[in-house]
Design a protein around this ligand. Structure first.
Ligand code: ADP
Length: 397
């Protein structure tokens, strides 16, 4: 009963190609006894005809055959896509001119010499069959994994497209809403100014001032969102012209000096003597970058000072503008996040500082558009330094 089972569940299929009837019988018996299912062919031509149907796990191939030689048969086998990986062992009588190098060159994995030693043959065949099976298994696993990965990639691609579409819809919505919000703010600011000019009562003037400051603040926020949604649409482009940068820096410094002093913090600014007065740049964007950095410095500093320093590097025609403060600082692990859109170190509803978390992402994008970089250094509880380095062109682009 047990023997019958072994015979049915053979351990592999071997195609034996041998023209000598005696040897064929002997080898066939040895391999069958070892548990292999043996198929035979007494010529290379017959072997090539049978092999596709048999799909053996190994081919034991005599070299000296009538008609096609074993070498020629092997070369043909290696051309067949479904069989080229099947191991071929050559067999040859010691007296025959047996070129072992040629055997490997045409694709054999091994060889045995006649007269065949049963134990040796069985061991060699077993080894190569199990190696072949392992190889098939491996190929199958790789194919399965590749299919899984391809499927996963397709899913990811689809998810990415869906996310992009929804992001675009969100940005379009943001853009529409901010446009709509901006429209009524301009008359609020304009009419506040008109009303203030016609008032004499100090208390009423202070109320109108409050309306105007609040409306301007709101306009600033709305503009930031609009700016940001333009980035999302990749609509943002620079407009280069000759800009009196020195004047721009002084104007900004004076405005922020007043704001800093209102908060009882000191504000100092230095512009290196050798900084050329004018440069070809996008003045509006440069102002916006520095405005955001100065605004943050004053906003996040409760005591101490804010310093605004500009240096000019003649070697590479760049200016470096640094805004340093003695404010709350940023921890090392949060430093990488602050340029992310909508990121705020403290994003709780009870946070002490107002803002949308867009300022630094706008700074970074504009600085990059201008061909420069932002450098941030900060120590939590001690203060921060935000520097930008941008080209300072003396000629139009
Ligand atoms: P917002 O100021 O509107 O919150 P920003 O994009 O300008 O948004 O800044 C993102 C976050 O980076 C801020 O919320 C704050 O946590 C941190 N940050 C920016 N500048 C400073 C600074 N000078 N000092 C301390 N923290 C800062």
């Amino acid at each position: 009963m047990f023997l019958q089972m072994v015979a049915i569940s053979h351990i592999g299929k071997v195609l034996l190609v041998e023209d000598n009837i005696e040897t064929m019988r002997l080898v066939s018996d040895i391999l069958s006894e070892a548990g292999f299912k043996v198929f035979v062919a007494n010529s290379g031509e017959k072997a090539l005809l049978r092999v596709d149907k048999v799909q053996p796990d190994l081919i034991l191939l005599d070299i000296m055959l009538p008609g096609l030689s074993g070498y020629e048969v092997c070369v043909e086998l290696k051309k067949m896509p479904t069989l080229q990986a099947v191991p071929v062992i050559f067999s040859s009588a010691l007296g025959e001119a047996f070129d072992k190098v040629k055997a490997f060159e045409v694709g054999a994995v091994d060889y045995v010499t006649k007269p065949i030693q049963g134990i040796e043959l069985v061991e060699r065949v077993k080894t190569h069959v199990s190696l072949y099976r392992l190889r098939l298994q491996l190929e199958e696993t790789v194919a399965e994994r590749t299919a899984e990965l391809t499927q996963r990639n397709a899913e990811l691609h689809e998810a990415k497209e869906r996310a992009e579409a929804s992001n675009k819809a969100k940005s379009e919505f943001l853009s529409t809403v901010t446009h709509e919000l901006r429209t009524p703010l301009n008359p609020i600011i304009g009419f506040s100014e008109l009303i203030r000019d016609s008032l004499t009562d100090e208390e009423l003037i202070s109320y109108v001032n409050y309306i105007e400051t609040s409306a301007r603040h709101l306009l600033g926020l709305v503009n930031d969102i609009l700016e940001f949604s333009r980035f999302e649409f990749k609509e943002q482009q620079l407009t280069y012209s000759e800009v009196n940068v020195r004047e721009l820096l002084i104007e900004l410094s004076q405005a922020y000096k007043t704001r800093a002093e209102e908060k009882k913090i000191s504000f100092n600014f230095f512009i290196a003597e050798d900084t050329p007065e004018c440069a070809y740049t996008d003045g509006k964007r440069l102002r916006q970058i520095l405005d955001n950095l100065l605004n943050n410095a004053v906003k996040f500093t409760l005591q101490g000072e804010v310093i605004f320093i500009t240096e000019y590097n003649k070697e590479n025609s760049q200016i470096k503008c640094c805004v340093k403060d003695t404010g709350i600082g940023i921890s090392e692990d949060q430093k990488v996040n602050v340029f992310e859109k909508f990121y705020q170190v403290d994003s709780s509803m009870t946070r002490a500082f107002e803002g949308l978390g867009l300022g630094l992402s706008i700074v970074q994008r504009y600085v990059e558009l201008l061909g420069g970089r932002v450098i941030v250094e900060s120590v939590e509880g001690k203060g921060s330094s935000f520097c930008i380095e941008i080209p300072y062109l003396q000629q139009p682009l």
